[in-house]
Ligand binder design. Structure first.
Ligand code: NAI
Ligand code: MG
Length: 334
């Protein structure tokens, strides 16, 4: 029986790169039934709101969503749709894997790191944000909970085990942020003891950034709080040639949303120029989440072969072809 998943094509280059991904999923015989839903600017135009109730219902009912980039209009007081989705569905784990591909702008040949970022608490909990009327002072509150720390750290170790990874590095700043980062670190140490098959490491966030740039090969799984994870995962994307090659998954108890990490790229939208790799990599994450490892591997190999051989790659990858030709090159290998 086919499995139903929600697909949000999104704005700008979204529909083109999502179509590329669904063609590839179909080609390897995934047998998904796609329920298309609107969000972002297109939803605002069609339904009068950025995130219609029907889209929320589809995400909830199907559990699994593949999502293109969404444009949040500037001005008008709109809150980020991505932040709203994370809160609404309690998507507490943000998984950002990076792998280097030869022939791209990757700084190193052998990067294989996954950052697991706590996605709902910490500096981004939105609590206590005040600015004095005269602009002389501003405050924001960071709040982490034992439960929040436990479930993200446990997620990291379970993923390490599942994926045959060797080491989990807990990234923190407990020397300065003694309460919040301190709680995170002590929970990470406790939970690490339960997994004696996985090496546990801990590192202060600023030193982590330096070491990632100097020698990324010493990292495997990184687990950290919200703000640090946001920054470190982009740094990792930079190590493998930028956001065009970086997917992300947002995972909660009941729902999971898989997405490209970059935005809607309005400057190249509708011109058949977009590189669909990040949304293809997000589909691979989705298949792995669904236990369809064989199909995930097939797609990864085909994508790798196209990129590394330079066969019909897009401009940002140093080629001169479009989204459709690049997709065709992958489909032929499948
Ligand atoms: P962007 O990521 O859309 O574009 C930055 C640059 O990277 C542009 O030059 C663009 O052409 C290029 N680029 C991005 N993706 C590409 C791809 N797949 N292939 C080739 N080139 C690519 O960031 P920008 O311009 O700051 O944001 C545009 C819109 O996207 C904004 O409305 C923003 O709110 C939204 N956005 C949405 C995100 C999401 O839904 N996850 C994340 C980031 C931004
Ligand atoms: Mg970010």
């Amino acid at each position: 029986m086919s499995r139903k998943i929600t697909v949000i094509p999104g704005d700008g280059i979204g529909p083109d790169i999502i179509e590329s991904a669904t063609q590839i999923l179909d080609k390897v015989g995934c047998d998904f039934e796609y329920e298309y839903a609107d969000a972002g600017l297109i939803a605002l135009e069609k339904h009068g709101e950025l995130l219609p109730e029907s889209t929320l219902a589809a995400i909830e009912n199907n559990g699994i969503t593949l999502k293109g980039p969404l444009t949040t209009p500037v001005g008008g007081g709109f809150t980020s749709i991505n932040v709203t989705l994370r809160k609404h569905f309690g998507l507490y784990a943000n998984l950002r894997p990076v792998n280097s591909f030869k022939g791209t702008q990757a700084r190193y040949d052998n990067v294989d790191i996954i950052t697991i970022r706590e996605n709902t608490e910490g500096m981004y909990s939105g609590l206590g944000q005040t600015t004095k009327e005269d602009g002389s002072e501003a405050e924001a509150m960071s709040r982490v909970t034992r439960l929040g720390c436990e479930r993200i750290v446990r997620y990291a170790y379970e993923l390490a085990r599942r994926e045959g990874r060797k080491k989990v590095t807990a990234v923190h700043k407990a020397n300065i942020l003694k309460s919040t980062s301190g709680l995170f670190l002590s929970v990470a140490r406790e939970i690490g003891k339960e997994y004696d098959d996985i090496e546990s490491d801990e590192m202060i966030v600023d030193a982590t950034c330096m070491k990632l740039v100097m020698d990324p090969s010493q990292f495997d799984v990184i687990v950290t709080t919200n703000l640090f994870g946001d920054i470190i995962s982009d740094l990792c994307a930079g190590l493998v040639g930028g956001l065009g090659m970086a997917p992300g998954a947002n995972i909660g108890e009941k729902c999971a949303i898989f997405e490209a990490v970059h935005g809607s790229a309005p400057d190249i939208a509708g011109q058949n120029l977009a590189n669909p790799s990040s949304v293809i990599l997000a589909s691979i994450q989705m298949l792995e989440h669904l236990g369809m490892q064989d199909k995930a591997e097939k797609i990864r190999n085909a994508l790798r072969d196209v990129i590394e051989s330079g066969d019909r790659t897009t401009r940002d990858l140093g080629g001169s072809h479009g989204t459709t030709e690049f997709t065709q090159a992958i489909l032929e290998r499948l």
